[in-house]
Design a protein around this ligand. Structure first.
Ligand SMILES: Nc1ncnc2c1ncn2[C@@H]1O[C@H](COP(=O)(O)OP(=O)(O)OP(=O)(O)O)[C@@H](O)[C@H]1O
Length: 370
């Protein structure tokens, strides 16, 4: 699927704008704060019904206005889908495909897959394990619906078990049989989640390593390490061993809600020992592996949204990255850069066609065709 057209009304710093896109490469250039990333975010709305950057829809309405509209047309040989997203302050978001409103936004997710690479991804390295679990969950859920159901069930069971522990603690009581009912169910779902995450990391890591090696020119030894309470011993026994602690803390201390995907460089934590360029290379490689896995498992080619990806990486890595882009079939790419000449030069020879849009204060200047 190709995003052929995008139109915006009152979206962030755009009053009104319309774009006809190239099927291969679309480049947005301009100085800082002009609205380049906002275009990628509008595309993110069309793919995921929400912003990549700001979860509060109303804050994406242009200052002083009451509503925004983002519309796009996705094309391929057979279909011509018109996607509409409208947000009016104080009202429910309206999301339509070809004039039909979705009952649940979740039905739309995955139909027009997209992968974003942005400076905001550094939270994956700096933040706690929750971000990295979300990364695993969001990729696996795109190709495995049963996994998504398991995640929902697990969270429900966990909340119920924790409430019960809290009730026991507050009322100075304990009912082992009652707790056991929740524990048995939790253990069962946790085992499935663990097996699926393990399976995912086994597929994902080699793809990630290949991208990292290609971009860095084999310069560093990196690894992904999946850690879980379920990796050692039988999980039922681990739960039993944790029971006294759980009762004292009114909380379930072990389970897949504590899993992590550890980022390593030279055997050490990337967060502490990776340079900014190495961290950026790591994040780009993770996202490209995400792209490959979604493409392979869903048989749909995601749109690639690249925000400021050249920042902090040296020229050698930029060359390797661009070689990778040219050798790999990435489908449609949207990319932002503050250096119009650099980006135009980089894409010369990579793609048969590319459109360059110059953005200034939420206005678009005539695209230059390569
Ligand atoms: N709701 C809004 N209403 C009006 N303007 C907004 C709104 N939200 C964000 N902006 C403006 O959008 C601009 C930022 O746009 P964007 O992040 O797309 O910039 P950019 O061109 O990608 O910049 P950089 O090169 O620094 O990454 C800022 O000037 C910001 O004030």
């Amino acid at each position: 699927m190709i995003l052929a057209h995008l139109s915006l009304i009152n979206f962030k710093n755009y009053a009104e704008a319309a774009f006809d896109f190239d099927p291969n490469v679309n480049i947005f250039t301009g100085l800082n704060g002009q609205g380049k990333t906002n275009i990628l975010d509008a595309i993110h709305y069309l793919a995921f019904c929400k912003s990549y950057f700001n979860p509060i829809d109303s804050q994406n309405v242009r200052h002083g206005e009451e509503f925004f509209v983002v519309e796009g047309i996705f094309d391929n040989k057979e279909v011509h889908d018109k996607i509409y997203c409208g947000v009016k302050k104080g009202q429910k978001k309206v999301f339509r495909k070809n004039k039909t409103e979705y009952e649940r936004l979740a039905e739309h997710i995955g139909k027009y897959p997209a992968v974003v690479i942005s400076p905001y991804d550094k939270d994956l390295i700096s933040d706690g394990s929750e971000m990295r679990r979300k990364l695993m969950d969001s990729i696996i859920s795109q190709y495995n619906r049963a996994y998504l159901e398991d995640l929902i069930d697990y969270n429900k069971l966990l909340r119920q078990r924790n409430s019960l522990l809290k009730y026991f603690w507050e009322n100075r009581t304990f009912d082992a049989d009652n707790l056991e009912v929740w524990t048995i169910q939790l253990v069962e779902v946790a085992k499935r989640i663990h097996a699926e995450r393990k399976n995912f990391v086994a597929q994902f890591e080699p793809v990630f390593l290949a991208h990292y090696a290609a971009i860095s020119g084999n310069a560093e030894d990196v690894a992904l390490e999946y850690t879980s309470h379920l990796s050692t011993g039988d999980f039922s026994d681990t739960m039993t061993a944790s029971l006294e602690k759980d009762r004292r803390s009114s909380y379930t201390n072990v389970g897949t809600h504590k899993d992590d995907l550890k980022f390593k460089i030279g055997g050490h934590p990337l967060k502490k020992f990776g340079s900014q360029g190495q961290q950026k290379t790591y994040l780009i490689s993770l996202k490209l592996a995400q792209f490959d896995l979604i493409k392979e498992t869903t048989k749909r080619v995601p749109i690639l949204l690249l925000d400021d990806i050249f920042d902090k990486i040296d020229d050698v890595r930029v060359q390797h990255l661009m070689k990778l882009v040219s050798d790999h079939n990435f489908g449609q790419i949207f990319i932002t850069d503050t250096h119009s000449e650099r980006i135009a030069h980089i894409f010369e020879g990579i793609s048969d066609s590319a459109k360059i849009f110059t953005i200034k204060e939420g206005e678009i200047y005539e695209p230059q065709r390569k």
